[in-house]
Design a protein around this ligand. Structure first.
Ligand code: ADP
Ligand code: MG
Length: 253
């Protein structure tokens, strides 16, 4: 008989971070971070500005180099060489605060560029995939427009669709709604909730605590490069343990 415990073990870690430390020059930005994220798990990271949240998730897909510790993604150790970084990046999609769409390319071309250049797919297949994900984020009718012709919320949904076109197993979100006007935040969060419900493994840096309550399996609070507190959303919000977490929550809730 296979019990639920061993099913979890069979599912394995999507991301395993052990003893991760990173410096920018003399400044230690991350200090001995340990974090395991299971397949399908959703983790929300919050914490004050400058606490190292972006740096941590940028390390996970090799956008930043780390100096100590080990990062494993889908069982592959992230090494410094570009081959290893590319292997890891193939599994990991990332969405940034400022969308980072290519302004000179149409929405459709934004979505097909990476599959056409990095994966051996035909233009027809790349376009079909792009349209599939643009429909998913509810803007197929914008496919032939340029990013500047779209609202911020629409652009961010394109950025999500563009990432999904590479069929990642893990999605990293770095404050995806913090550059958006309030009325556009919901449409982006709705897209993220849908993705979560479909079982995507997700790390989301966000201060959208409603999203954290609804979607997160765990909430992590970072301060000064350290994981200060990690808990289920229920416990995190109703019974924060660390004084820094309490202070932070009192400021944002
Ligand atoms: P957060 O996302 O939590 O706001 P960051 O990871 O962006 O924090 O930054 C953590 C700290 O590292 C901040 O003090 C920031 O100024 C510093 N930092 C970020 N990127 C760099 C860089 N490329 N070079 C030097 N310092 C950096
Ligand atoms: Mg940041």
């Amino acid at each position: 008989m296979v019990n639920s415990m061993s099913i979890d073990q069979l599912a394995g870690s999507a991301i395993s971070i052990k003893g991760l430390s990173k410096w920018y020059g003399d400044f230690k930005v991350l200090e001995a971070i340990d974090l395991n994220i299971d397949n399908g798990e959703k983790v929300v990271i919050c914490g004050p500005s400058g606490s190292g949240k972006s740096t941590l998730i940028r390390c996970v897909n090799g956008l930043e180099e780390h100096q100590e510790g080990q990062i494993e993604v889908e069982g592959k150790v992230l090494e410094k060489d570009i081959k290893s970084i590319s292997k890891v990046r193939a599994e990991v999609g990332m969405v940034f605060q400022h969308f980072n769409l290519f302004p000179h390319l149409s929405i459709l071309d934004n979505c097909t560029l990476a599959p056409l250049t990095l994966r051996n797919v035909s233009r027809q297949e790349a376009e079909e995939t792009a349209m599939h994900f643009l429909e998913k984020v509810k803007i197929p009718d914008q496919a032939h427009k340029f990013p500047s012709q779209l609202s911020g919320g629409q652009q961010q949904r394109v950025a999500i669709a563009r990432s999904l076109c590479m069929k990642p197993k893990i999605m990293l979100f770095d404050e995806p709604t913090s550059a958006l006007d309030p009325e556009m935040i919901k449409e982006v969060l709705d897209t993220m909730v849908e993705l979560a419900e479909e079982g995507m493994t997700m790390i989301c840096v966000t201060h959208e605590m409603g999203f954290a309550r609804e979607v997160a399996d765990r909430v992590i609070f970072m301060d000064s490069g350290k994981v200060v507190e990690m808990n289920t959303p229920e416990n995190f919000f109703s019974n924060p343990e660390h004084p820094r977490t309490k202070l932070f929550l009192s400021q944002i809730l």
